[in-house]
Design a protein around this ligand. Structure first.
Ligand code: SF4
Length: 250
């Protein structure tokens, strides 16, 4: 009864959002290091399976958690800006959750004896992530999140950043501080450039080597067409014909 109503609301809202999506010309920073084939399909607006309402609510919860933490940090007076867009350029687009900074009294005034070394006065990029209790904490920080943070540091020309994780089930917070890593950023930007070439050449990239076990495959809205494409690189035109033959999705 109510379940159906609520689920319908989420599904319709998602459909509307997708309808309004413009033609993709840039990557999102959050896509750095993700499955290239999945990103290719997103650019081409390939037939996608419907995202379950449960997952849509999980995404929404992540945003609510982020807002909660930012409100709290605002009240401590350490937030300089939120939802900060990177300077416009051709390859990627994205916005960092916040830029924060500390004074030399931020911690001492609250009687906190810090173990980490914090540089007062300089800006830090802050990225907030919510994770489920099922995640193995030893796996944190996740490589995708490090990539994302490093790109923000690069585009904002900021030396340091913080990845803050909140476990949704235990409410435990874990954080990691990073310095700007020029070599890693160069690798990520090259990775994007190579993928851009494939998109422009209409070549569907190879699938992930650990398909279908990779966590990205488990939640992938393109799983069915990825299966049809097979493991190797394939031309997008050819795949579209295969999809039509199999009458999969619309
Ligand atoms: S199913 Fe896996 S390999 Fe295929 S597009 Fe999705 S994430 Fe990539």
């Amino acid at each position: 009864m109510l379940k159906e109503l609520i689920d319908k609301f989420y599904l319709e809202r998602e459909k509307e959002k997708k309808k309004k999506e413009k033609e993709r010309v840039r990557f999102f920073i959050s896509e750095a290091g993700k499955c290239p084939r999945m990103i290719f399909f997103r650019f081409k607006k390939a037939p996608a399976e419907e995202i379950e309402p449960e997952r849509l609510r999980i995404f929404e919860e992540g945003e609510i958690i982020q807002q909660r933490i930012l409100r709290l940090l605002f009240s401590l007076g350490i937030v300089r800006a939120t939802e900060v867009q990177i300077p416009p350029q051709e390859l990627v687009a994205g916005r960092a959750d916040a830029i924060i900074s500390f004074t030399d009294k931020t911690f001492s005034d609250l009687g906190i004896d810090l173990k980490e070394k914090i540089e007062p006065g300089i800006p830090y990029v802050l990225e907030i992530k919510s994770v489920s209790g099922k995640i193995n904490l030893k796996k944190l920080p996740l490589p995708d999140h490090i990539n994302q943070l490093q790109l923000y540091l690069h585009f904002f020309k900021i030396k340091k950043g913080i990845l803050l994780y909140l476990n949704k089930d235990t409410q435990k917070i874990t954080e990691f501080i990073f310095e700007y890593d020029k070599n890693l950023v160069e690798k990520i930007l090259n990775w994007f450039l190579k993928l851009k070439e494939k998109i422009e050449a209409d070549l569907v990239p190879i699938r992930l080597p650990d398909w279908p076990d990779n966590w990205q495959c488990q939640n992938c809205e393109f799983f069915e067409i990825c299966k049809i494409a097979g493991e190797r690189e394939i031309s997008w035109e050819k795949l579209k014909k295969e999809i039509e033959k199999g009458e999969i999705l619309s």
